[in-house]
Design a protein around this ligand. Structure first.
Ligand SMILES: [Zn+2]
Ligand SMILES: [Zn+2]
Length: 341
């Protein structure tokens, strides 16, 4: 018996029994510790799709996860039953051209937990037990709570985005959209030595959290342009909204860098793209992450980055539907974390 949070269609999330397969050689079985609800999980919940990935068969959601090893099949170097681990939800092929050049997040054969990007869908981690490869597990110290360790995944997304942006030391940075990813981007930018980090969002409560995560200035979006528009060296678009992209293009300085981190609608939308030419902008996408997961776990474990201001609620996995409803309310929620009990 193994229960999981399964999405069947938009607004049809069920906590229900799913099959348990025999544990394959080289795999470990984990007991659910904690799992963070991501924006992409919420897109599946609200719309039955995220970007261009649509749910066409039952899908266990979740890819931000930490838990405890309860069974090992065959060899699992460095792991023992009882170990507490954070889990990298990504398994790339390791042999294709993109993997070989260190961009495993762009691997066409990647397996990413809790994603409908392929058929059959890749099942996720919001389940009482989860099977993963030993290599996906990173042991965590005894003092580190599961709820913080689970957030190594979204933090990895932000460390990767900062790597894509290049040297941030002394830079004037703007983060558009202070959901969990925007919040973590603000603290990663500070850690990377940014001179000034501003954040903008429609919700004042989200901006208050950005202050707690290290943003030097916060501006409520809506109506007028962002203060200092045209002076930001690097702008991270993390709202995933067409309006956010327009704001980013306006806010970045001539010759600056626009990082698209937010997950935008799959359909085309109008943006003032001519500024990319006239301001000679570098527009860079950032998708998931490559080879920074272990580093993200360390950043949380050693206290370099405090993820806790982003956690607004914890609810048991069995109340996943309620947790998803709560997480969908941006006024009240940033990161909602599911717990074992
Ligand atoms: Zn995520
Ligand atoms: Zn590959």
């Amino acid at each position: 018996m193994r229960f999981a949070a399964v999405i069947h269609a938009a607004r049809d999330l069920r906590f229900e029994c799913v099959a348990e397969q025999p544990l394959a050689q080289g795999w470990v079985r984990l007991r659910f510790g904690c799992g963070g609800i991501c924006g992409s999980d919420l897109h599946y919940f609200l719309h039955g799709r995220t970007g261009s990935f649509a749910v066409v068969e039952p899908l266990v959601l979740g890819h931000e996860f930490a838990g405890q090893v309860i069974e090992i099949a065959g060899a699992a170097e460095g792991l023992a039953v009882g170990d507490r681990v954070a889990v990298n939800p990504s398994r790339s092929c390791g042999t294709c051209a993109r993997c070989r050049e260190g961009r495993s997040n762009l691997c066409p054969d990647v397996f990413f937990m809790g994603s409908a990007s392929k058929r059959p869908h890749m099942q996720g981690c919001f389940a009482q037990t989860i099977d993963v490869r030993a290599a996906q597990c990173v042991k965590i110290p005894a003092h580190l709570p599961f709820e913080q360790a689970a957030l190594a995944e979204p933090l990895s997304v932000c460390v990767h985005a900062a790597n894509r942006a290049g040297d941030l030391a002394g830079r004037k940075v703007l983060v558009i959209g202070t959901g969990p990813i925007g919040l973590f981007l603000a603290s990663v930018a500070k850690w990377r030595g940014a001179g000034h980090v501003a954040a903008t969002d429609l919700e004042q409560s989200a901006l208050d959290r950005a202050g707690a995560m290290g943003a030097d200035a916060t501006h409520q979006a809506g109506g007028a342009a962002v203060p200092g528009a045209g002076t930001y060296d690097v702008v991270f678009e993390a709202s995933g909204s067409p309006r956010g992209v327009t704001s980013a293009i306006e806010a970045v300085r001539r010759g600056g860098i626009l990082m698209q981190v937010g997950n935008l609608p799959g359909d085309p939308f109008p943006v003032p793209f001519n500024a990319v030419m006239s301001k000679e902008l570098d527009v860079r996408g950032s998708f998931r992450f490559a080879d920074v997961y272990r580093q993200a776990v360390s950043l949380i474990a050693d206290g370099t980055i405090d993820v806790t201001p982003a956690i607004t609620a914890t609810l048991p996995l069995s109340r996943a539907v309620e947790a998803f409803e709560l997480a969908s309310d941006r006024r009240r929620s940033a990161k909602v974390v599911l717990t074992a009990e």
